[in-house]
Design a protein around this ligand. Structure first.
Ligand code: PGA
Length: 254
């Protein structure tokens, strides 16, 4: 597949996998994906498995991501994890503002914006998630919601940082539901997000930013979604928990 931007496909393992299970999955992926050069591949295990998975994928083409990070560098923040701790395990990417965190931990655009800046200051790359709910889509508010989230969550970044940021468009109604956005819905949302980025930064920045689609991505729909002009990768939940399906998503996207 000849794309303007290199595809980036990330597996978000969420709160799944013990260390032993994570190692099994990592070993399977390392073997199956060894020859893939066309796609940037990222796995985001839970914190407790970062150390072991990091060792398991050493010298492979798979990069490590975390699922969240504190906006603070150090100190009295019980339960939080700082950038410097992630860097000990060669983490490269950090998912921020996933809709589950926006919903269950009340993460705001302003907080996500501060975290995105902290991620860049640590020389890591954020994957910033945005997406509308079903009620918002049905009320015709999709563009307004996406625009507010893009402007709010990326507010602290300069142009250089923005180019090194991945945006993940994940319609909340498509996450874990088996419902995927249609190719037309996905392309329309991605093109809109890119227009908002062009307004906030400039056309050159907007053209360089990779925008992933997330929400029930599977081997069967990956090819069509990844072929859309403004879709530059995927953030995969359920189908990333098994080596076979995550591998097939990647291979079907090439
Ligand atoms: P899903 O999750 O692939 O299970 O829909 C995607 C996500 O939440 O990142």
């Amino acid at each position: 597949m000849n794309k303007e931007r290199k595809l980036i496909i990330a597996g978000n393992w969420k709160m799944n996998k013990t260390v032993a299970e994570a190692l099994d999955l990592a070993a399977g992926l390392k073997l199956e994906l060894a020859n893939v050069k066309e796609v940037d591949i990222v796995v985001c295990p839970p914190y407790t498995a970062l150390s072991e998975v990091s060792k398991a994928i050493l010298d492979s083409n798979i990069r490590l991501g975390a699922q969240n990070m504190s906006e603070h560098n150090v100190g009295a923040y019980t339960g939080e994890i700082a950038a410097v701790m992630l860097k000990e395990f060669s983490v490269r990417y950090v998912i921020l503002g996933h809709s589950e965190r926006r919903q269950y931990q009340q993460e705001s655009d302003a907080l996500i914006a501060r975290k995105a800046l902290a991620v860049h200051r640590a020389a890591l790359k954020p994957i910033v998630c945005i997406g509308e709910t079903l009620a918002e889509r049905e009320a015709g508010q999709t563009e307004q919601v996406l625009s507010t989230q893009v402007r709010g969550s990326l507010a602290e970044l300069d142009k250089e940082q923005m180019v090194e940021t991945v945006v993940a468009y994940e319609p909340v109604w498509a996450i874990g539901t088996g419902k995927t956005a249609s190719p037309a819905q996905a392309q329309e949302a991605h093109a809109f997000i890119r227009r908002v980025l062009a307004g906030m930064f400039d056309e050159t920045v907007a053209r360089k930013v990779r925008i992933q689609y997330g929400g029930s991505v599977k081997p069967a729909n990956a090819r069509e979604l990844m072929s859309l002009p403004d879709v530059d990768g995927a953030l995969v939940g359920g189908a990333a928990l098994e080596a076979r399906s995550f591998t097939d998503i990647i291979k079907n996207s090439i």
